[in-house]
Design a binder for this molecule. Structure first.
Ligand SMILES: [Fe+2]
Length: 301
């Protein structure tokens, strides 16, 4: 049976049914990979993957980006639940990272090697809210007026997780967690050409700051105006999760954010990140003033 691909009523996204991600043959995988390039966000309802199956699915797209100190751990929990079963308090470091995820971003743009794709599966969902929402940066670029396109054509911005967390009052020490490193802030063009489809897309989001050649206020205004313009219908889709749903998205051409919920309730997601291709997702870095040191590296580890 061929999988059924139903486009979402937006410029991105499709719901894919009639297949088991854990048992795809070569022709089914080809269809999924093509749909990934066409739609940039694929929703697979009710897959109920084990952790090993999720990692194997992500691995079809490329190497896994290791997010935990243990190199054997290829999936991480994105959860407000502590090991003792209670929920995190508002002043806890991990909770502030979760709240940070509620701003539009692309994964690992603050690392030397930005991510290719991200896989998320729902384990425990709150009774309301807690959606994940995506915005299409290909369609956003296409919708820009000619003057804006010309203005941003040669511009780049730095990316930093210290920067984005500082915007919500979360000041973090170097070494305190993934992304809080001394490798420097990558400098990435505002327009990224997709390495497979060739489509230009805005490459922006909450981690972006400090456009060389613009003063701080101009840079901040331009970046926030671009996000504000880009992340609007018909370019957005918010997924209301059911446990067992799996979604993969293309970090090279979409932004995403988590939506709020009642933080007294538990929300547990399982996340696996697919590493970018060094030929197209690596960027050199400049000193990040918020880090304790500057030790450039070609590796995210
Ligand atoms: Fe994210």
């Amino acid at each position: 049976m061929e999988p059924r691909i139903e486009p979402i009523d937006a410029t991105l996204g499709a719901v894919v049914t009639g297949l088991a991600l854990a048992h795809m043959d070569a022709s089914t995988w080809k269809i999924v990979e093509q749909a990934f390039h066409d739609y940039a966000v694929l929703v697979f309802p009710g897959q109920n993957l084990t952790e090993a199956e999720q990692v194997a699915f992500a691995n079809r797209f490329g190497d896994i980006e290791l997010l935990a100190p243990d190199p054997e751990q290829k999936a991480v929990a994105i959860s407000n639940q502590k090991p003792d079963g209670t929920v995190m308090g508002a002043d806890e470091h991990r909770f502030k990272s979760l709240r940070g995820n509620e701003g539009w971003h692309t994964d690992s743009s603050y690392m030397p090697l930005a991510a290719k794709a991200s896989v998320l599966s729902a384990q425990v969902v709150p009774s309301a809210g807690g959606e994940t929402e995506w915005a299409d940066m290909r369609a956003a670029y296409d919708a820009l007026d000619e003057a804006t396109r010309r203005r941003i054509a040669g511009l780049s911005s730095h990316h930093s997780l210290y920067h984005s967390q500082a915007q919500i009052g979360h000041l973090v020490q170097t070494g305190a967690g993934y992304g809080f490193h001394a490798k420097g802030a990558p400098l990435r063009p505002l327009v990224k050409v997709h390495p497979i489809t060739g489509r230009p897309a805005l490459f922006i989001g909450r981690h972006a700051f400090g456009i060389p050649g613009l003063d701080e206020a101009e840079s901040r205004t331009l970046l926030s105006d671009l996000v504000d313009f880009a992340c609007r219908p018909p370019r957005t889709y918010a997924h209301r999760w059911q446990p067992g749903d799996v979604v993969i998205w293309d970090n090279r051409c979409v932004l995403h954010r988590a939506r709020p919920y009642d933080y007294a309730e538990v929300r547990v997601m399982r996340h696996t990140r697919v590493a970018g291709d060094p030929a197209t997702e690596f960027a050199s870095t400049d000193r990040d003033d918020r880090a304790s040191a500057f030790e450039p590296s070609t590796s995210n580890r």
